[in-house]
Design a protein around this ligand. Structure first.
Ligand code: UFG
Length: 339
């Protein structure tokens, strides 16, 4: 079974490639390496699991000839679509970049897929499609009113997928991630963004005596300790949900959408404390004003994914932080060797 993975050289995509290979699927990674890394592809190529095959195509979803070339070369059974820009603040500053890349790139992918009769896709959506929460935990029936361009692009794509199902029979599963955390438990791949904007890697990166000070955005929220509360979902648990979503589609499942979270909230201060505990370090911290656009609390209701897909997240936040830390140490070594 051949699965096309767009964005397979990136953070979430690469963990999914590992899960697919380990489950015996063949993987074709399609990535333009703008945000993904060739080193990640090389690491993934070394993983030989259950006789599964991996191939890499460097290409751009915005170039229709690149997309056509993949479908012409491989008999694709289903798609996992991760390739996208995903920085919330940047999306508000540069909406053109986000609409163009995320929406048009996906349209090229879908149109070519349908030309080649590929009608199953697992799509990387986001809790950002819900916008400011009206109630907590957020279930899948919560209104979708995104407050930033990133969330809007993902919602547009969800809506395009619905119309394409009605008109052309495209079956999609949209997975709305909450805050993805952690790294591969064998430390082969992990989060590697430049610049890094996410909480956990930003705390952990200040362990290396490089003068970095962790900036804590907002301590006056109406929450248990004044800092924002988020639902941190382990990246390997997330990959298992994608496998289940893929099986659901391959078994003839209808278009559907699921939240992926733990249904537990942790504050920024709690995350910070666990980082100190796991690493046996003290981090410098500077309290800053609130970051614009941050809702106070985001927690997933994950019942639907449990009931319909049979998914259960198993990693604790502490385990995610431990693997994230192992990866930061590894990444620092790799970057030092590059110089
Ligand atoms: N934070 C800090 N300091 C930092 C980074 C983050 O205090 O250096 C705080 C933020 O203000 C926020 C919390 O930590 O309160 C989490 O922030 P992240 O940037 O790690 O994650 P977000 O909740 O902003 O966003 C993430 C993804 C989005 C996705 C969203 C959905 O990055 O793509 O989860 O819940 F849309």
């Amino acid at each position: 079974m051949n699965i096309l993975v767009t964005g397979g050289a990136g953070y979430i995509g690469s963990h999914n490639v590992i899960a697919l290979l380990e489950a015996g699927y063949n993987v074709i990674i399609f990535d333009n390496l703008e945000l993904g890394h060739l080193e990640t592809v090389e690491t993934l190529k070394e993983i030989k699991a259950k006789g599964s095959v991996i191939d890499f195509i460097e290409g751009n979803l915005l170039l229709i000839q690149d997309v056509e070339a993949v479908f012409a070369k491989y008999q694709i059974d289903a798609i996992m679509h991760f390739a996208a820009y995903s920085q919330v603040a940047e999306s508000v500053k540069e909406p053109q970049k986000y609409y163009y890349n995320n929406v048009l790139g996906t349209l090229n992918l879908l149109n070519t897929a349908m030309e080649y009769d590929v009608n199953k896709i697992v799509f990387s959506s986001t809790a950002a499609t819900y916008g400011e929460p009206e109630y907590i935990p957020i279930d899948e029936n919560h209104p979708q009113n995104p407050i930033n361009t990133y969330g809007k692009t993902k919602l547009m794509i969800e809506s395009i997928m619905d119309d394409y199902d009605k008109a052309y029979g495209l079956k999609s599963v949209r997975l709305r991630y909450f805050n993805v955390a952690g790294a591969d438990s064998k430390n082969r791949v992990g989060e590697w963004h430049n610049p890094e904007t996410h909480l956990i890697p930003n705390i952990l990166k200040s362990t290396f005596g490089n003068g970095r000070v962790f900036q804590m955005f907002g301590t006056d929220y109406d929450t248990k300790d004044g800092t924002c509360v988020r639902d941190y979902i382990n990246v390997e648990d997330l990959a298992q949900a994608h496998l289940l979503a893929l099986k659901y589609l391959l078994n003839g499942g209808e278009t559907n959408y699921f939240n992926l979270g733990t249904q537990e909230g942790s504050s920024v201060k709690e995350v910070f404390d666990i980082c100190e505990k796991v690493t046996y370090q003290k981090f410098p911290v500077k309290i800053q004003p609130r970051r614009p656009g941050d809702p106070a609390i985001l927690i997933a209701d994950n019942k639907k994914a449990k009931e319909v897909l049979g998914w259960t997240p198993v990693h604790t936040l502490e385990q995610s932080i431990q693997t994230a830390y192992n990866w930061e140490v590894e990444l620092a070594k790799r970057l030092a060797n590059q110089v």
